[in-house]
Design a protein around this ligand. Structure first.
Ligand code: 2PG
Ligand code: MG
Length: 427
């Protein structure tokens, strides 16, 4: 009878959605050959694990041949013969083999590709869908946060805030939420084209539009207009969310935003006014990645009304999350598997967050691929939220489409969070 022993592991250099090389890992068992691909960020947190790049001339220094060699020569011999259904054991072997906090020996990109491939191969060996293999009985589809205007490091606009997202809070199932988001996206396209010309509908890294705006309110106003024109009530049916990625516009405690330079106190007032004037439900990385105390102040001031997410600050790292929890900084963790390097460690980060009453949002990276594992991870964790870009561009829609399929497969069992999905759980 066939068993789930790892027969072979091999790496390969492939391209991501920005055209940069990334690592694909392939695991062979008697159930077949299953692969997964590492994503890659642009606005990366300083404390993320290391993405191993070759340097030199090839691909402008961005090649990943060393990471691929690490998969073939260092990781593969250790994993051969292991039970592919025991993901935690596989991740642990890689963590010990690497032996560094920053995963700099093997490379976070090598490890994450293998970990995701092992999760997928384990599911195949067990004859289960990935989400079910990760967490048996999981059935909660996530509310999608769709990024429809791109700024910051993800586009060439003057917008300092990186992501302007819509959240169809009025939807009662995932497929309706996705449709509502797609309708608003297409309506925004028409509005931008009519008001600012054809160049305004060029898109950024995550498939959102990149119009010639340099003021946050210009972007928010255009989106609210699109929500209304698409036939929805802002705040009731479709709300807004931001990822500020504030470390990118902070220099020694001074934040440069909307052509102004503001200190921490003024920044709080700035966000307060946005929360007052727009139907915002969630704000990610509003402050610099090291500004835990300011994050705590923001949470105290606005955390009851909006979800305050730590991404570059938390980096899916239990030590950083523990620090945030102890300071009451933020009330939600952004979960990116490649920030920490393995699926098991990211599940630990989610567990710690939930235990402290923090919410969790599973997230893509700005450099993505056809890999859909994070869609299953969001369902597995039952976190009720995902952000994976615009409802456009194949590397983004791959995840949303996978969720459509999961919803269909679950049938009547499929659950979906209500409009209060983002309200911090009472601890
Ligand atoms: C973020 C991500 C994904 P990047 O900041 O949340 O949207 O961007 O992958 O560039 O870090
Ligand atoms: Mg972010």
């Amino acid at each position: 009878m066939a068993d789930g022993k790892v027969l072979n592991v091999r790496g390969r250099e492939v391209l991501d959605s920005r055209g940069n090389p990334t690592v694909e890992a392939e695991i062979t068992t008697s159930f077949g050959v299953i692969s997964a691909i590492a994503p890659s960020g642009a606005s990366t947190g300083t404390h993320e694990v290391l993405e191993l790049r070759d340097g030199g001339k090839r691909y402008g220094g961005k090649g990943v041949q060393k990471a691929v060699q690490n998969v073939n020569k260092l990781i593969a011999p250790k994993l051969k013969g292991m039970d592919v259904t025991d993901l935690r054991a596989i991740d642990q072997v890689m963590i010990e083999l690497d032996g560094t906090k920053t995963k700099e020996r093997l490379g976070g990109n090598a490890m994450v590709a293998v970990s995701l491939a092992a999760a997928r191969a384990g599911a195949a060996a067990n004859g289960l869908e990935l989400h079910e293999h990760l967490v048996p009985g999981s059935k909660l589809l996530p509310m999608p946060m769709m990024n429809i205007i791109n700024g910051g490091k993800h586009a060439g606009t003057g917008l300092k805030i990186q992501e302007f997202m819509i959240v169809p809070v009025g939807a009662t199932k995932f497929s309706d939420a996705l449709r509502m988001g797609a309708e608003v996206y297409q309506t925004l396209r028409t509005i931008l084209k009519e008001s600012f010309g054809p160049a305004a509908i060029n898109v950024g890294d995550e498939g959102g539009f990149a119009p010639p705006f340099d003021d946050t309110r210009q972007a928010l106003d255009a989106i609210v207009k699109a929500i209304v024109k698409a036939g929805y009530e802002p705040g009731k049916e479709v709300s807004l969310a931001l990822d500020c990625a504030a470390s990118e516009f902070c220099d020694q405690g001074v934040y440069s935003i909307d052509k102004r330079r503001v200190g921490p106190q003024d920044l709080m007032d700035y966000y307060s006014a946005l929360v007052r004037d727009y139907p915002l439900v969630s704000i990610e990385d509003p402050v610099d990645e090291e500004a835990f105390d300011l994050m705590a102040l923001m949470t105290l001031r606005m955390g009851r009304k909006v979800q305050i997410i730590g991404d570059d600050m938390f980096v899916t790292n239990v030590e950083r999350i523990r620090k945030a929890i102890s300071k009451k900084a933020g009330n939600c963790t952004l979960l990116k598997v490649n920030q920490i390097g393995t699926v098991s460690e990211s599940m630990d980060a989610a567990k710690l967050s939930f235990e402290a009453g923090y919410r969790v949002v599973v997230s893509h990276r700005s450099g993505e691929t056809e890999d859909t594992s994070i869609a299953d991870l969001a369902v597995a964790l039952g976190c009720g939220q995902i952000k994976t870009g615009a409802p456009a561009r194949a590397e983004r829609t791959a995840k949303y489409n996978r969720l459509l399929r999961i919803e269909e497969m679950l049938g009547k069992k499929a659950a979906f969070p209500g409009a209060d999905f983002y309200k911090p759980k009472k601890s």
